[in-house]
Design a protein around this ligand. Structure first.
Ligand SMILES: C[S@@+](CC[C@H](N)C(=O)[O-])C[C@H]1O[C@@H](n2cnc3c(N)ncnc32)[C@H](O)[C@@H]1O
Length: 227
């Protein structure tokens, strides 16, 4: 995986793109990373990722972590032998992620990018992961575009694992955005065949971790509807 040591600060290095509806998360997240208001960032690899990768198992391949935050899950994947690209809107998060990989002497490609608006290098991927990124996207139309873009970046037999806040739990004062099963399914099903949709919990350091949808899926052979 030589040559992957790079932080490509695309978004920061150019004039801002006109943003489409549903992609205006960057300022909110950037300021949260700057002030450390990031309760999801507990410093441990998400147990659901470990379980899925180890239990199937997923053979190391090119992997993408969307909305990777400070990179703990991406670095873990790279340690398992995956060739990892990871993107996030927040330059502060990507800076921390890159520092984490460097200090662990792990090769990962971290990119500052808006997943919906910017090109993502490294496709086709065999495995795509997102923990809490899809659920930040609203309303339904950009969520569908998110799913369509994941499908466009995955190889034919590639797998997407998404961890999404679960609306079957009462909304918390501080907690992830939540989707109902039908909201999640309606975004992904046109492009993906769902292999499993399980109600579980995010990996967390909290006594009562937030509930999550743990959804594994493969790309449909036929393209979904044009968006
Ligand atoms: C709840 S945090 C989860 C971060 C990381 N996956 C983790 O588990 O620690 C959601 C992340 O998605 C990123 N994000 C939100 N919308 C995004 C978009 N359109 N493109 C790229 N990243 C995005 C945020 O900056 C934030 O880091």
């Amino acid at each position: 995986m030589a040559g992957l040591r790079e932080t490509e600060v695309w978004a920061a290095a150019r004039m801002p793109l006109p943003r489409k509806k549903g992609t205006m998360e960057e300022n909110r997240f950037e300021s949260r990373y700057q002030t450390g208001d990031t309760p999801w960032d507990h410093g441990m690899v998400d147990v659901n990722l470990i379980e899925v990768v180890s239990a199937l198992p997923i053979t190391p391949c090119r992997a993408l972590d969307i909305g990777c935050g400070t990179g703990g899950n991406a670095v873990w994947l790279a340690r398992q032998g995956f060739e990892v690209t990871a993107c996030d809107l927040s330059p502060t998060a990507i800076g921390k992620a890159d520092a984490k990989a460097r200090s662990a002497e792990i090769d990962c490609r971290f990119v500052v990018a808006d997943f919906l608006a910017d090109p993502i290098p490294g496709a086709p991927f065999g495995f795509v992961f997102d923990r809490g990124c899809l659920h930040c996207i609203e309303p339904e139309e950009p969520r569908r575009r998110f799913a369509a873009k994941v499908a466009s970046l995955l190889g034919e037999d590639g797998l997407w694992l998404t961890l999404v806040g679960n609306a079957d739990e009462e909304e918390r004062e501080v907690g992830p955005p939540q989707l109902s099963a039908s909201e999640l399914v309606s975004a992904i099903e046109p492009f993906f065949e769902i292999l499993s949709l399980v109600s579980g919990h995010f990996g967390s350091d909290q006594e009562q971790p937030p509930r999550a949808w743990i959804c594994r899926m493969v790309k449909r052979r036929q393209a979904g509807p044009a968006l």
